[in-house]
Design a protein around this ligand. Sequence first.
Ligand code: 5GP
Ligand code: ZN
Length: 114
Amino acid sequence: MSDCIFCKIAGGEIPASLVHQDESVIAFKDLNPQAPLHVLVVPRRHIATLNDLESDDDALVGSMFRVAAQLAKAHGYADRGYRTVFNCNREAGQSVFHLHLHLLAGRGLSWPPG
Ligand code: 5GP
Ligand code: ZN
């Protein structure tokens, strides 16, 4: 997707503060962090929303969660706690239509979310 900001980050066309990269997934700091640690875990391949996943993507999504857990641990939040969130479509607040898993940590996170 030539006009997708996360495809451009994955392709190295737009800079980002990368904290992880492998053959299928990258992770980088959110530009507008909502917690002391706010990372986006993103598949390299363009997938618009959670609704667009297929059964072949199960391993990819598992890998996204594993990367998030590894990053939480690496930053010292495994025991304190952290949150992972996929926003899907308008009412959930999705603003970038390339699948991404938010990892938030470093402050008390209220429930239910707003
Ligand atoms: P959403 O609202 O779609 O769930 O989350 C999109 C996230 O992407 C937002 O938290 C927003 O701050 C972040 N974001 C949008 N554009 C950029 C960008 O160019 N670089 C980075 N690092 N984050 C971005
Ligand atoms: Zn994309």
